[in-house]
Design a protein around this ligand. Structure first.
Ligand code: BDP
Length: 612
């Protein structure tokens, strides 16, 4: 055992803590982003690092050690296909020195914003906790010494074979035709299974008493804000909540860990609106923890005054019909894979606004916390999706994991005004009888944990006639590929097919319907007149025909929104229908417009100019 292994470590799982890092008078954080030591286990090793206790060793001494940037996926950063296509464990390690000026009684947390898919975390050689699911933050309380350099080791596995929630199915292939130990992994989803430490890692410091969670429920009718907080508060601590107006002026004060703050009669309430419908004023709830009159913790959480409701036809924001003009997306870019990159994020938002979009779905997993905050600021409406694609197996084991991810997602994002809906799944096989109870339970959880937002599912393989769950959701999302997967090349069928299909969903379920995916692959620069599949013209022709249907459906109040698949080209696993990824983007993977982007821009702008 190395010297590092003897240092004292205390691991404590702080589940459901949705608070992002913040630096203020009472808390601080250090970023651990940068180059971490990286060692990959062999593809078939099945955890040699655990057997040999790599978490107690200095990985820099390993002959096969290299470095990997955090945050980033590791897959695309070498020229080695074994790294790109790795299945199994990889090990990350870094060293952290805690400054001596951090007060002795400070609480210290290690926070991971996203590690895909399963992570075990060790500090100074001792296991402090694990997390499954990717895409969502988790943190552990740790005791780190100032006298020694602390070693932080993370074992990451991009698969979890007992589950059919991503990342897919395994098949071992034996016999003389195959090398020994050969297996394939077929993802049950159409995006590359980027892995590693995908978002930022922080060391967070708080005082001995600290805030763990803040729930805010603004109420426009009586100009009030209900809130509740929980945390680790000393018996003599006093907690207060204060609302600051969008210019940062305090306008109310209330004692207690929960309560309702009433804004004064004189205060003119400023509503948060989606982009194109009005402004995006953001209020702040400041939660302060005091001991003997001294501030011991402080957290500023932003929120907006807005309501989300729905009729059988429409989604309403602040009581006004909201028509979604948007995108299915991916957090995906060259080199970074699914790693968080503020450069990509800002370019994405700016291109989305250039096309006059007003919403997106976080297909097919929760996006970064930074993205949710930016959506609040810009007024982009978001459907936030649980990481559960193409679900086929509806057993209690999957349901438990699914429910856990759903709750972590809601805990993280519940205070964002831009988040208007929770999507429980993308394209589940909900023609299966047992899927009904499976989803009923999950939908009940979402409603219970957050009664303020509608719940949706995104239907793909099932139709209005055989789906057994659609009556359980508040809003129905449907993906349809007429002219692509259905009747490829027969553009003349699209209009009638889309109108017929969506009208049937509507008649049967009487819910607002959003068409969350339609589109065609196009290889940028591949031109064919008349159009053929994969040409830029075909993508445009398909969109034009689909838009004819949308216009009819809108007039009949059947459609509450439309989202093109996809915002940009993105990487997938290798497959005979994918030429270096999925090319249904209206932008290329480097976010340059194809012809389709101009068509969409024209359409979305025309809505804005005609006040939707
Ligand atoms: C849909 C999936 C999406 C795929 C898309 C496609 O929801 O993830 O990328 O098909 O095939 O069924 O392009």
């Amino acid at each position: 055992m190395s010297r590092l292994g003897h240092l004292l470590v205390l691991g404590l799982f702080v589940l459901g803590d949705g608070l992002f890092v913040q630096r203020n008078a009472a808390r601080d954080f250090h970023s651990l982003d940068g180059l971490w030591t990286f060692v990959r286990e062999p593809r078939n090793s099945n955890g040699i690092g655990f057997a040999e206790k790599w978490y107690e060793r200095d990985l820099r001494q390993f002959k096969n050690a290299t470095v990997m940037p955090v945050p980033s996926a590791y897959n695309d950063l070498t020229a080695d296909s074994r790294v790109r296509d790795h299945v199994g464990w990889v090990w990350y390690q870094t060293q952290y020195s805690k400054p001596v000026f951090v007060p002795k009684n400070a609480r210290t947390f290690l926070r991971f914003s996203s590690v895909n898919y399963y992570a075990e975390v060790f500090v100074n050689g001792m296991l402090i906790g694990s997390h499954v699911g990717g895409h969502l933050p988790f943190e552990f309380e740790v005791k780190m010494s100032c006298e020694h350099v602390n070693s932080i080791t993370v074992a990451v596995n991009n698969t979890l074979s007992h589950s059919t929630i991503p990342p897919g199915e395994f098949q071992y292939k034996t016999g003389e035709m195959y090398p020994k130990g050969f297996f394939t992994q077929t993802p049950g989803f159409d995006f590359f299974n980027y892995a590693g430490i995908l978002r930022s890692v922080y060391v967070v410091f708080t005082g001995p008493s600290f805030i763990k969670e803040i729930k805010i429920q603004p109420n426009m009718e009586n100009k009030s804000v209900s809130y509740s907080t929980n945390g680790d508060f000393c018996p003599s601590c006093m907690v207060t909540g204060t609302v600051l107006d969008p210019s940062g002026r305090p306008i109310t004060l209330q004692a207690g860990t929960f309560g309702t703050l009433h804004l004064s009669e004189a205060h003119k309430l400023q509503l948060w609106w989606p982009r194109g419908y009005g402004d995006q004023p953001l209020y702040t709830l400041r939660v302060t923890v005091l001991k003997d009159g001294q501030v011991v913790d402080l957290y500023d959480e932003q929120f907006g005054f807005r309501t989300v409701s729905w009729t059988s036809d429409h989604l309403l924001i602040n009581g006004k019909r909201f028509y979604c003009l948007g995108f299915g997306m991916h957090e995906d870019s060259e080199l970074h894979g699914r790693g968080y990159d503020p450069v990509v994020m800002i370019k994405d938002f700016n291109m989305l606004e250039w096309m006059a979009g007003n919403c997106y779905r976080t297909s097919h997993y929760p996006y970064s916390e930074e993205r949710a905050r930016e959506a609040d600021r810009r007024g982009i409406v978001v459907i936030t999706e649980t990481p559960a694609v193409g679900m086929k197996v509806f057993n209690s084991q999957n349901q438990k994991l699914h429910g856990q991810m759903l709750q972590e997602m809601i805990a993280r994002d519940r205070n964002h005004p831009s988040t208007v809906m929770w999507s429980i799944s993308n394209e589940p096989w909900t023609d299966k009888k047992e899927s009904r109870q499976y989803y009923k339970d999950l939908i009940d959880i979402a409603h219970l944990v957050d009664p303020s937002r509608p719940v949706t599912m995104v239907y793909g393989p099932t139709g209005y006639s055989n789906d057994v769950t659609a009556d359980l959701v508040d809003i129905i999302c449907v993906n349809r590929y007429y002219g692509w997967y259905i009747n490829m090349g027969y553009l003349q069928t699209i209009n009638a097919s889309v109108v017929y299909d969506l009208t049937q969903w509507k008649k049967k379920f009487k819910r607002p319907i959003i068409l969350t995916e339609y589109g065609a692959d196009s290889i940028a620069g591949l031109y064919q007149e008349p159009s053929v599949d994969f040409s830029e013209q075909y993508q445009v022709d398909l969109m034009r025909q689909t838009h004819l249907a949308f216009d009819t459906l809108r007039k009949k109040n059947v459609l509450a929104g439309e989202m093109i698949w996809n915002f940009a080209d993105f990487m997938t696993a290798q497959g005979i229908t994918r030429a270096v990824g999925n090319h249904k983007g209206v932008l290329t993977r480097s976010r340059q417009p194809k012809r389709a982007a101009y068509i969409l821009k024209q359409r979305y702008e025309s809505f804005r100019n005609n006040s939707y």
